[in-house]
Design a protein around this ligand. Structure first.
Ligand code: AP5
Ligand code: MG
Length: 204
């Protein structure tokens, strides 16, 4: 089972991906997480990606495609994998079609107007990757003992640019996969557990 989670920034891709990867025992491949790890480690890929991510723009297709192609060729992907945040452009989707089979796309549909609040209020743990929201988590202590931070690209100015980029470059993928007939849309405005229940129904 090869899954793609499609959705705007803040739609809940990462939140749902953690649950799916655990339940179905498949690796969770988040291109955003891969870039953040590279930025933290100061690698050449990280340095390049940072200049785009900080502006809320997409990292160039050829950089992302190469990373994903190498990752899904690894042994742990033989029985399936879950892509979170890839593809994000039609060019990326076309590149993926050449190297992957049996793709099922889950589109998490949300009201774009609700996303700025979700993103600017998000706090993440740099140690274990867990996400929280300030409306329900007032202190900065993660359950793993880490100290929660705000992602640099979750500041309001960058969030606006990410949402515009989504509409211009990523939303067209809904039509792309609809034409192929391998996309299921779930209502991402429900609670996290309700969204997950719908995703499970869609996968089975
Ligand atoms: P990436 O890390 O992929 O960020 P994103 O797509 O902008 O998505 P987010 O991680 O912000 O949101 P999410 O959908 O995972 O939501 P989450 O579950 O955390 O990419 C970052 C950057 O890297 C990009 O901008 C780009 O520059 C670059 N990049 C990455 N991939 C690339 C690619 N393929 N090509 C080019 N560039 C690429 O939830 C958000 C918040 O909402 C949390 O606080 C959560 O608790 C809350 N929440 C989740 N679900 C619900 C719910 N149902 N109800 C209420 N609250 C909810
Ligand atoms: Mg995410």
């Amino acid at each position: 089972m090869n899954l793609i989670l499609l959705g705007a920034p803040g739609a809940g891709k990462g939140t749902q991906a953690v649950k799916i990867a655990q339940d179905f025992s498949i690796p969770h491949i988040s291109t955003g997480d891969i870039f953040r790890k590279n930025i933290k480690e100061g690698t050449p890929v990280g340095l390049k990606a940072k200049s785009y991510i900080d502006k809320g723009q997409l990292v160039p297709d050829e950089v992302v495609v190469e990373i994903v192609a190498l990752r899904i060729a690894e042994d742990d992907c033989k029985n399936g994998y879950l892509l979170d945040g890839f593809p994000r452009t039609v060019a990326q989707a076309e590149a993926l079609d050449k190297i992957a089979k049996d793709l099922t796309v889950i589109n998490i549909d949300v009201d774009l107007n609700a996303l700025a609040a979700r993103l600017t209020g998000r706090r993440v743990c740099p140690d274990c990757g867990e996400s929280y929201h300030i409306s329900t988590k007032k202190d900065d202590a993660c359950k793993c003992g880490g100290k929660l931070i705000q992602r640099d690209d979750d500041k309001l100015e960058t969030v606006q640019s990410r949402l515009n980029v989504y509409t211009a470059q990523t939303a067209p993928l809904i039509d792309y996969y609809t034409a192929k007939g391998n996309i299921v849309t779930v209502d991402g405005m429900q609670s996290i557990d309700e969204v997950y229940a719908d995703i499970k129904k869609a996968i089975k």
